[in-house]
Design a protein around this ligand. Structure first.
Ligand SMILES: *Cc1c(COP(=O)(O)O)cnc(C)c1O
Length: 419
């Protein structure tokens, strides 16, 4: 796409946007009665208007049927977790049996590390990125200690080279090869929350397997942002949350993927009654007889209200389609990058230049007066976020953001810098 630095160009892009109607599906926060420019869908996605109807349905089901709501109403609660299989499968590129909506991200990470991090005295290392999200780091280190190992020896955290923020794929692959048969697990993010780098999941998984390790991914910033093919990439497991790009509300239900090749294996796991074979779940047997699917890792019955918001939101993704969203996303973020090139002396974009190596987010490193500029933006009704020590993350989301918002954002940013 050839970009032009003018508002008219942005207006034309919005007019021709095949996904433009989706903006109306969402509520936009207001400040001083004026709508904000909301570029924070990477942190908390906006509320789909129809969430309220989905809640009301379950409130009514509960009011009318009490306990019998488990088996009555439009969507009986006993099967509620099953409504996510198709849509989540499409979002992460998996079979319906490989995905499950459950718990929250960090809980799922722990549950799957129980199955996929089984260190031995000779194979005990985990590789992650040095700038991993703190919760992931805490989970990893606590698992290492839980097994009686020392993170100092067992954790290989990859630092980008030469003061960069981006980690080169070759570096990741060579660290994996170097750890070799001491490596038990590679645990990387799909899209890095700070830099916005989209890692080469396929190659990382392939190289991990080559040295005999498992490969797991945290897709918090990848799901709903970039198309994924977890099954074909042969990923062992993945986890995600639903409140970022998936717009399913604060603390919304998380999800997990486990490749089907592991479903019938005798893996250690933490078990609960929702993981036992559903045909005999209510026979209340003593023995745990696991489901042969990702459902096997479920612990509890479905948190229906959390899931109702998730379902409302995933219906929108089903309608829009992740490939169409990605196509618009590439243009929207490309436009932002193009407009920011005027400011290259003051603002350094730390997100990779290649569209194949990023999602919708651009992370802007602002050395001088970064915090003042961020405060100015906020004053001018722009919602982006600030990450210490000097990075503004801006995520134009293809479902509900516009080219005009990108244009206006950059004008406001320029005026903030001039002040
Ligand atoms: C947002 C995010 C989390 C949050 O974890 P919760 O368990 O949902 O609180 C974890 N990891 C990454 C990489 C994230 O971006």
């Amino acid at each position: 796409m050839e970009y032009i630095n003018s508002r008219k160009f942005a207006v034309d892009c919005d007019r021709n946007d095949p996904l433009k109607e989706f903006r109306d599906y969402f509520y936009f926060p207001k400040k001083d009665d004026k709508p904000v420019i909301y570029f924070c869908g990477n942190s908390l996605g906006l509320q789909p208007k129809k969430v309220r109807d989905f809640f009301t349905e379950e409130m009514d089901n509960w009011a009318e049927h009490g306990v019998e709501g488990h088996f009555k109403g439009k969507r009986p609660w006993v099967d509620y977790h099953k409504h996510f299989r198709e849509s989540l499968g499409r979002l992460v590129g998996a079979k319906e049996t490989e995905v499950v909506a459950m718990n929250s991200l960090t809980v799922n990470l722990h549950l799957l590390m129980v199955s996929f991090y089984r260190p031995t005295p000779s194979r005990f290392k985990i590789i992650c990125e040095a700038g991993a999200f703190p919760s992931d780091r805490y989970a990893i280190e606590s698992q290492i200690r839980f097994h009686g190992f020392d993170p100092e020896q067992a954790l290989v955290a990859i630092e980008p080279l030469g003061g960069e923020c981006v980690i080169k794929t070759d570096q990741i692959l060579s660290e994996i090869k170097q750890a070799g048969d001491e490596l038990a697990l590679v645990l990387f993010s799909g899209v890095q929350y700070y830099s916005g780098q989209y890692f080469d999941i396929n190659k990382i998984a392939e190289t991990a397997h080559h040295v005999g390790a498992f490969a797991g991914f945290d897709l918090a910033h990848a799901i709903g942002n970039v198309p994924l093919s977890l099954h074909n990439w042969n990923v062992d497991f993945a986890v995600w949350c639903s409140y970022k790009y998936l717009n399913s509300g604060p603390g919304g239900v998380g999800g997990a993927f486990v490749h089907q090749k592991h479903h019938d294996q005798n893996l250690p796991q933490f078990a609960g009654w929702w993981g036992t074979n559903e045909s005999e779940r209510f026979e209340m047997k003593k023995e745990f007889n696991p489901m042969v699917s990702a459902d096997r890792w479920q612990l509890s019955n479905a948190p229906v209200f959390n899931m109702a918001a998730h379902l409302a939101s995933l219906e929108i993704f089903e309608q829009a389609g992740i490939n169409a969203l990605r196509e618009k996303s590439l243009q929207l973020t490309g436009f932002l990058e193009f407009l920011l090139s005027d400011l290259h002396e003051l603002i350094h974009i730390i997100t990779p230049k290649s569209p194949d190596e990023r999602g919708c987010q651009l992370s802007l490193l602002i050395d001088a007066n970064g915090r003042e500029i961020f405060d100015q933006l906020h004053e001018q009704n722009v919602i982006v976020d600030w990450r210490e020590p000097n990075v503004v993350r801006a995520a134009p989301v293809p479902l509900y953001n516009t080219f005009c918002e990108v244009y206006d954002f950059v004008q406001i940013l320029k005026s903030a810098i001039e002040k």
